[in-house]
Design a protein around this ligand. Structure first.
Ligand code: AN7
Length: 362
């Protein structure tokens, strides 16, 4: 093997035989997938929980979220089919990913985002990758409807998760977990917005059920102010600090209920302060910085572990869907103490720095 062949190219090459591509399909890849499965040590110990708990850190994908798995497949197929432009509605991460893969493929991208409700890092990405950014005076659900309508009148490929290739790409996360553990975990917990990712994971687990020997119980967590799966129908005005999952009308509604039934799982919801507490816990005690929406999975799993809903002694994987750097505003906001920022300003001289160290060592 040459050095080039040995280099990791991305998930289309790695899982070609399990994906709807043939040997000649040119992959539009950025080295996505192959993300670490990190065992949590400090949090379970501190809480006295008997559990084998992992986070699958999808924030380490090329654009910082799990969307790259699906986008790699969606753009690969769009290009193969001769498309010259892609479009999506997005709470942020899909737009960042679509913009990057379109740039890589040399095609145009159009993204519709809700005005004022997208994290700064995601907007920066869409702009830098050259997407045409349409900020709409409405939420994600309104944007999604507009995308469906406009795609009937213009030569653009929709790359939201209603594009079936998106879920095909995203199912590979389940393959990687089975490869890492030698089996599927007992429980798999994910944040749920449109419910594409939980549906894709279940597809992956089912496809590799034979070699894994088991399938996990799938658990989906939503933000309480944005929890259509708890209300049994669409939520008209979803609100949450976790803007990535500020979605009231999930596009994979039916698929997700099938996952719940087949896997014996459930949906639940968490308040914004529980979500942010889990985000801080992961950052401070495990060195893992995810965005607020991602922490929903860990917040939910810890609550269900404490309540005994998830029994002791089990293995659990929580997906951390996006990187903490996506949303610096929320991170800094949370890091403020009672007297303002926690950054200590000192004179640029040894005594002042020494005093600050000694004051903070105790
Ligand atoms: C960090 O970018 O829908 O349940 O438009 O960015 O598959 O929708 C983002 C979703 C979880 C929910 N965590 O996944 C978008 C978008 C993060 C996300 C979800 C999203 P799905």
């Amino acid at each position: 093997m040459s050095q080039t062949e040995q280099r990791y190219t991305g998930l289309v090459d790695r899982y070609r035989q399990y994906l709807p591509v043939d040997a000649h399909t040119p992959a539009v890849c950025l080295g996505e997938g192959n993300t670490p499965l990190i065992r949590l040590n400090n949090i379970p110990a501190a809480l006295g929980l008997d559990v084998e708990m992992y986070v699958k850190f999808e924030g380490l994908n090329p654009t910082g979220s799990f969307k790259d798995r699906g986008m790699c497949m969606a753009v690969t197929k769009a290009v193969e089919e001769g498309s010259e432009a892609i479009i999506c509605a997005s709470t942020g991460n899909t737009s960042a990913s679509a913009a990057a893969y379109a740039a890589r493929a040399g095609i145009r991208s159009f993204v519709l985002i809700p005005e004022g409700k997208i994290a700064m890092g995601k907007l920066a990405q869409a702009l830098m990758h050259g997407a045409v950014v349409l900020q709409i005076k409405g939420n994600f659900d309104a944007g999604m409807q507009l995308v469906k309508d406009v795609a009937e009148h213009a030569p653009v490929t929709i790359v939201n998760s209603i594009n079936p290739y998106r879920l095909q790409g995203q199912k590979t996360a389940a393959f990687e977990i089975i490869e890492a553990l030698g089996k599927a975990p007992d429980y798999h917990c994910l944040p749920v917005g449109n419910a594409g990712n939980i549906s894709a994971h279940w597809m992956g687990y089912r496809e590799w059920q034979e070699q894994a020997g088991n399938t996990p119980v799938m658990v989906g967590y939503q933000a309480a102010g944005s929890a259509p799966f708890m209300h049994g129908g669409p939520v008209e005005h979803p609100e949450t600090v976790a803007t990535a999952i500020r979605i009231g009308n999930p596009q994979s509604w039916d698929k997700a209920w099938v996952v719940q039934k087949e896997s014996g799982g459930w949906f639940d919801a968490l308040e914004d302060d529980e979500i942010l507490a889990a985000q801080r816990l992961l950052a401070k005690h495990e060195g893992v910085f995810c965005e607020p929406a991602s922490a929903t999975s860990v917040a939910g799993a810890l609550r269900d572990l404490k309540a005994g809903k998830i029994p002791a002694g089990k293995s659990i994987v929580c997906t951390l869907t996006g990187h903490g750097l996506k949303d610096p505003d929320i991170a800094i906001e949370q890091s403020k103490g009672e007297d303002g920022t926690k950054v200590i300003t000192v004179d640029a001289e040894l005594e002042a720095v020494k005093r600050a160290l000694l004051d903070n060592l105790g």
